[in-house]
Design a protein around this ligand. Sequence first.
Ligand code: SF4
Length: 422
Amino acid sequence: MASLRPYIVELIRHTSSGLPEDVLDALAEARDNEPEGSRAWSTFELMISNVEAARQASAPICQDTGTLIFYVDHGPDHSPHALERDIVAAVREATRRAYLRPNAVDPITGVNSGDNVGRGSPYIHFTARKEKGVRVRLMMKGGGCENVGTQYSLPDESIGAGRDLDGIRRCIIDAVQKAQGFGCAPGTVGVGVGGDRVTSYIESKEQLFRPLRDVNPDPVLADLEEELLGSLQGLNIGPMGFGGETTVLGVKIGARHRVPASFFVSISYMCWAYRKGELTVKGRKAALDGHPLGLPVPVARKAASRTAAKAVVAKKTGAKKAGAKKAGAKKADAKKTGAKKAGAKNAGAKKTVAKKAASKKAVAKKAASKKAVAKKAVAKKSVAKKSVAKNAASKTTSPRKPAGPAVQVASRRARPKKLPVL
Ligand code: SF4
């Protein structure tokens, strides 16, 4: 994606040197509600002409260019890191071009950073979304009106506020009364009900991004907003505290779930210099407050981005291949190890089988030897018998021949040698 820096510089210039159409319309309406030539009428008239002059000169409409609050909603085609880099660079450039006053000072030493960049400055709030493209909203919140922002923890006995709608109403009226003479009226009141101390304030600021003439989607809060818009005008604080029909331009209330133990009502008061702007970028189209910018998003960086994307894909593919190779090598190793193990197992098994076979052989040998001995004994017996028979026959035929030696032989054969023990 191309750098959005020039578009954000333009967003800052546009926001700093003018007011949104709905705010300008509300100021003109407030002026028209006052008698022509009255202090209130003249003040509104000066405000409007001041904005016209600032717009022509691309100069800030107020010397206090405020705290820079960016809300960024980005799709998957935009990296928050790149967006942050572009926003910070744009803030520096806008300060150099005097669209912004150097407004960021060190909280401890008080030393001005000179370029509106410092710890937590500018404030950037990111929200990821599924749709492609990016929306950058900018609010420039002046110090005078920020100082009168306040938070109530209900119940609050000092203003008789309980934990109900009437309690919320009392908080808002009290805050606007106390802002008199500090935040430059007429103001717009952003209210956060519920949440914790931090998110309640965040809600109150986010409410200030709403268009002045919208209707709250929550019917209860919508009624409360309408009622308060009417009743707050009755304070007659008027523009810059000069008295008049218009004390506030709008009341915007948001709510967040809270823990049962807490009930916060946070008020963010925005002065008449209600500076907010919106940049949207989709593909090559960019728009500022809904008006197309004659500054198409360049493609050169896009191509570079594509190349980078390709490189990333190639890297990933390479990594995958390497991973596959590694996995293959591991498999092969495992196979080898398995094979070795199997071999060893086989060898072991073979050894056992061989041992068994040898043992069987030995047993068979023993048996064969026994058989042979038995056979020999039988043969000996038969020889002895034959010899006895022969002797008897010889005795019958020739009584002078002795019969001893045949029996002796037979006797020797009948006593075989002892077999070795296996
Ligand atoms: S409160 Fe608003 S108008 Fe007043 S000085 Fe501050 S930024 Fe300017």
